[in-house]
Design a protein around this ligand. Sequence first.
Ligand SMILES: [Zn+2]
Length: 291
Amino acid sequence: MRARLKALLLLSALLPAPAAWAQTAPAAKAPGLLSVLFGQAPGSLNGPTRGPSRSIGSPANGCLAGGRALPASGPGWQVLRPGRDRYWGNQALVDFLRDKAGAVQANGLGTLLVADMAQPRGGPMPSDHGSHQTGVDVDILYRLARAPLTPEERDHPDLTGVVRPDGSLDPQRWGQDQERLLRLFASDPRVDRIFVNPQIKRVLCRWARGDRAWLRRIRPWWGHMEHFHVRLQCPVGDMDCRSGPLPPPGDGCGGELQSWIDSGAWKGRPSGGHAFKRPPPLACHAILGRK
Ligand SMILES: [Zn+2]
């Protein structure tokens, strides 16, 4: 198996994507075979690798060794669409989510609805994301559950956005609970940044009183109308993990945010990834062939 996989990896550098894959993938860019293997690793290579958690590379070009699963539900959280097998992360991310779900519950905010984290071995996903490759990213709905979701609601969740076409936030879907939720996450020093729609950042900037330091971690980005995306800093001691530059100093409520709003860019959609845009770190080749 190992030799065969090595041969496949070598081929992946030379060949275009297999035709069958290209037909089913919604992405315009045909993913390389290496990317396919992360999303559809066969048989015994389907789960995480053994050993300690390691995030390798950067969130948009990397992979995950020793992935840990967030259980489908626990005190204060529920995983959406568990059939997608995207509830994996670095141990640090799983610990973080357990903490935060407990705090959400303790603050009377209800239950966190956790969407995509990473695949068992990270890497690019066949749909939806340009990042989420190293097990330090997680998507969470702004909507908080007041009662446990039924399996039907969990597998086909309501993903209606909170931002209305005129840029205002829908008062049926956005209120104090959401503002407190975002502040709770963004105040945690383990967080590197949180992506939200620019219209949401605008509202948070207006709402925040007193300490505004947490707003620095809230970054305006395309999409993110029904969920926010939390990225953790590289876990301590994770030498192969790469993070981006720090967000600019200050609360980020000034000119940059205003230009997202004024230009109409806030309405844009993020572009998905679906394949490595450049070769991932060599260590990522190795984890595909390992148990
Ligand atoms: Zn995300």
